[in-house]
Design a protein around this ligand. Structure first.
Ligand SMILES: C[S@@+](CC[C@H](N)C(=O)[O-])C[C@H]1O[C@@H](n2cnc3c(N)ncnc32)[C@H](O)[C@@H]1O
Length: 364
C-alpha cells in the first residue's frame, strides 16, 4: 500500500474524519514512507528546503558560543531532529576551537535514514569526535547541559481549527469523492492550554500544537540542570492570531515551492506550521522552566558576534561568500525576523549572551 491508501484506510477505520495532527503524523512519520522516514533528499538545493545550519557554518558557530557560556565540566549537548548532521558538526568544531567540548553530544532522531546521514556527515567533518556522539532512542535521565532544537517544533503534528459563530471546531481530514478534504468536526474544540482570542472573524482558521506542549513537559522531566534553545519560525500570540492571518500558518514545501495544500505529494513534501512561542512559553513556565530569553534569530546571532566572523576572515573571496550567508540568516526579508529563538532554563541561572542585544520575553 502507498501512503495515500494507508491514510485513507485510517479514515475509513475511524468512521469519521481524522484530526489534522493524525494526518500530519502519518504523512511525515509513517515508518519508511512518511516524509521524514523515507530516503528522499530533503535538505539543501537538491531537496525541498534549506535550514539555517544548511545555509552557513556561522549559524552553528554562534550556537556553539552560546553553549560555551553555559556548559560546565561534565555537561553534554542534546540535539533533537539533527537533520543532515551539519549543525552537530558546526557546534562541535567551534566548541573544539573554544576548548569547551561537551562530555557527550547526544542526538535524538526519529528517522533511521537521517541517523545514517548524520553519522556520515560527522565522520567526514570531524572523525576524531565521532566517539563523543551518542544516538538516543529515548530521552535521557537527569541531563545536564544544553538542549538544541532547530526547526523541530514546526515539524510536530498540529491540529487545525476553525472559528464558526464564535466557537472553535477542529478541522479534520476526510474524503470528498475519494479525494482528501477538510471536514469540520461536530464537537467544539476546547483546551485551556490555548488562549484563543474571541475577536477573530468567522471562518478564521489557525493551528494549535498539543504535541509540542506535551514535548515541553517531557523534556522538563528529563532535565536536571540545563538550558533549552528552541529555534524556529513563529511568533508570539498577538502576531500569531493577526486578524489578517485568516488561513493560519500551515505550509508545505516540495522542491523549494511553498503551498498550503497538504493533500498532494503525500510523503514527498514537508508539512509545517509556525510555532506559537507564547503557547510554548506559557506551558514551560507553568511546569517550572524559567524563560531565559526570546529574540529574533537576527538579534540572537548578532549578540553572539556573527559579524565578527566576517571581520576576521582574511580571504576576500571567502568573506564575500560568508557575507551572502550572513545576509540570508539575519536580514528581515530572509530568515532574520521570521525565525525566533526561545531559551528556557531549568536550575541553570546564567544571563545568556545570545539575548544581550534583544530580549522580547515581555511580548510572549
Ligand atoms: C525541518 S527538519 C530540521 C532538521 C535540522 N534540525 C535542521 O535544522 O536542518 C525537522 C526535524 O525534526 C524532527 N523531529 C520532529 N519531531 C521530533 C521529535 N519529537 N523528536 C526528535 N525529532 C523530531 C524530524 O524528524 C526532522 O528531522
Amino acid at each position: 500500500m502507498n501512503l495515500d491508501e494507508i491514510i485513507k484506510n485510517t479514515i475509513i477505520q475511524n468512521q469519521a474524519p481524522i484530526g489534522f495532527d493524525e494526518f500530519m503524523q502519518l504523512a511525515l512519520y509513517y515508518p519508511h514512507l512518511g516524509y521524514y522516514r523515507s530516503g528522499l533528499e530533503k535538505f539543501g538545493e537538491k531537496g525541498d528546503f534549506i535550514t539555517a545550519p544548511e545555509t552557513s557554518d556561522l549559524f552553528g558557530f554562534c550556537l556553539a558560543k552560546q553553549c560555551a557560556q553555559v556548559l560546565t565540566k561534565d555537561d553534554s549537548i542534546l540535539e533533537f531532529g539533527a537533520g543532515s548532521g551539519v549543525l552537530a558538526a558546526q557546534v562541535l568544531f567551534e566548541l573544539g576551537r573554544l576548548n569547551c567540548l561537551p562530555k557527550h553530544y547526544y542526538i535524538l532522531e526519529l528517522s533511521g535514514e537521517l541517523k545514517y546521514r548524520q553519522k556520515q556527515t560527522i565522520a567526514k567533518a570531524l572523525p576524531e569526535l565521532l566517539n563523543r556522539i551518542v544516538w538516543l532512542d529515548k530521552l535521557p535521565e537527569d541531563f545536564n547541559g544544553v538542549v538544541i532544537a532547530n526547526e523541530v517544533l514546526d515539524a510536530m503534528p498540529a491540529k487545525r481549527i476553525v472559528q464558526q459563530n464564535n466557537t472553535f471546531y477542529e478541522l479534520g481530514v476526510g474524503f470528498d469523492q475519494n479525494e482528501f478534504a477538510w471536514q469540520v468536526k461536530s464537537e467544539p474544540f476546547s483546551d485551556d492550554k490555548f488562549k484563543l482570542p474571541k475577536t477573530l472573524s468567522n471562518e478564521y482558521k489557525t493551528e494549535v500544537n498539543v504535541q509540542a506542549l506535551a514535548w515541553i513537559d517531557s523534556i522538563y522531566d528529563a532535565l536536571n540542570d540545563a538550558v533549552v534553545l528552541l529555534i524556529d519560525y513563529g511568533m508570539h500570540r498577538a502576531e500569531y492570531f493577526h486578524p489578517q492571518r485568516t488561513n493560519g500558518t500551515l505550509r508545505c514545501y516540495h522542491q523549494h515551492k511553498a503551498s498550503d495544500n497538504p493533500f498532494v505529494n503525500i510523503g514527498e513534501q514537508d508539512i509545517t506550521t509556525s510555532v506559537n512561542f507564547s503557547d510554548i512559553a506559557d506551558q514551560a513556565s507553568l511546569i517550572g522552566f524559567n524563560i531565559a530569553g526570546y529574540a529574533t534569530q537576527a538579534m540572537f546571532l548578532l549578540s553572539l558576534g556573527i559579524d565578527e566572523y566576517l571581520l576576521t576572515e582574511t580571504d576576500e573571496n571567502k568573506r564575500i561568500t560568508l557575507a551572502q550567508q550572513v545576509k540570508q540568516l539575519v536580514l528581515p526579508s530572509a530568515m532574520g525576523e521570521s525565525f525566533k529563538v526561545l531559551a528556557l532554563s531549568k536550575s541553570k541561572s546564567v544571563k545568556l549572551i545570545g539575548f544581550k542585544e534583544q530580549d522580547l520575553s515581555h511580548k510572549l
